[in-house]
Design a protein around this ligand. Structure first.
Ligand code: SAM
Length: 257
């Protein structure tokens, strides 16, 4: 087969380091019978070792040439190939308890994570390679530079853990930045205590929309100074100082009215 030329617009950096690939697949630990989907299988660096451990694998690949290669390749009989944009893919067609994996295209990682968060109730866990900077944002604690909307909304839906870093030399072509593996496990429904998840999302979006502004300004659409006093939160603070529990409390206060 002719060599594939990496397409920048699809964020193509292919894993070539065998040790790193083994380490990632060991962290995923695929087991026979599990329903698993890989986003962006590319040339199959992770697809191949995963298929050694399970019988069938769904793959979602946007690049027509790469999807065709997979159809013609040695793994074809084990794959359900969805030639599709993962951002628009309806993950509910895969059923329940789906394990999601992927070395994600960095240019779409945040919207893709928000899209997947919407399907969290059907997901059993997700293991992704992302830009390290994005993983740092996902697991960030309040009052740090990395803490933002992505941290609050993903930590609301998932238990998030940073597993390990992956250097640029593990890929071809080499990306300019460090990468990292993150593991996301959906929280049980009983722990999702926002009465209106959409309202929580809107409030968090507004609170981090203008980072320099105080809560009094960014959330004035929902809360007066008297409301802040009732909540016992100083309205001159900024969004990045509030914990996930604070945001849930604010959203529930607004939902109750
Ligand atoms: N998994 C391979 C590896 O580790 O070598 C490839 C990883 S590469 C960083 C990202 C892959 O995602 C590419 O195969 C790319 O074509 C695919 N991709 C990019 N955007 C996509 C999208 N919106 N939906 C599905 N796949 C996409």
């Amino acid at each position: 087969m002719e060599a594939h030329r990496a397409r920048k617009r699809f964020g193509q950096n292919f894993l070539v380091d065998g040790n790193i690939i083994r380490k990632i697949v060991a962290a995923i630990d695929p087991k026979p019978g599990q329903v698993m989907v890989e986003i962006g299988p590319g040339l199959g660096a992770m697809t191949r070792p995963v298929c050694e451990r399970i019988d069938r694998l769904h793959v979602i690949e946007i690049d027509r040439d790469l999807a065709q290669r997979l159809r013609e390749g040695e793994l074809a009989s084990q794959l359900d190939i969805h030639e599709h944009d993962a951002l628009k893919f309806d993950f509910s067609v895969l059923g329940d308890d789906v394990r999601v994996i992927g070395n994600l295209p960095y240019n779409i990682s945040s919207p893709l994570l928000f899209h997947l968060a919407d399907h969290a109730e059907r997901v059993s866990d997700m293991t992704f390679m992302l830009q390290k900077e994005v993983v740092d944002r996902i697991v960030a604690a309040p009052d740090t530079e990395q803490y933002g909307r992505l941290s609050v909304m993903l930590q609301y839906r998932f238990e998030c853990s940073h597993l390990f870093d992956v250097p640029p030399g593990a890929f071809r072509p080499m990306p300019k930045v460090m990468s990292a593996i993150v593991h996301l496990r959906p929280r049980p429904a009983a722990q999702l205590d926002a009465k209106d998840a959409l309202l929580l999302s809107d409030i968090v979006k507004a609170a981090f929309g203008q980072r320099r502004k105080t809560l009094r300004n960014t959330l004035r659409e929902w809360l007066s100074l008297a409301d802040w006093a009732l909540l016992g939160i100083d309205a001159t603070r900024r969004g990045e100082t509030l914990s996930l529990a604070d945001y849930v409390r604010i959203a529930n206060f607004c939902a109750d009215r």
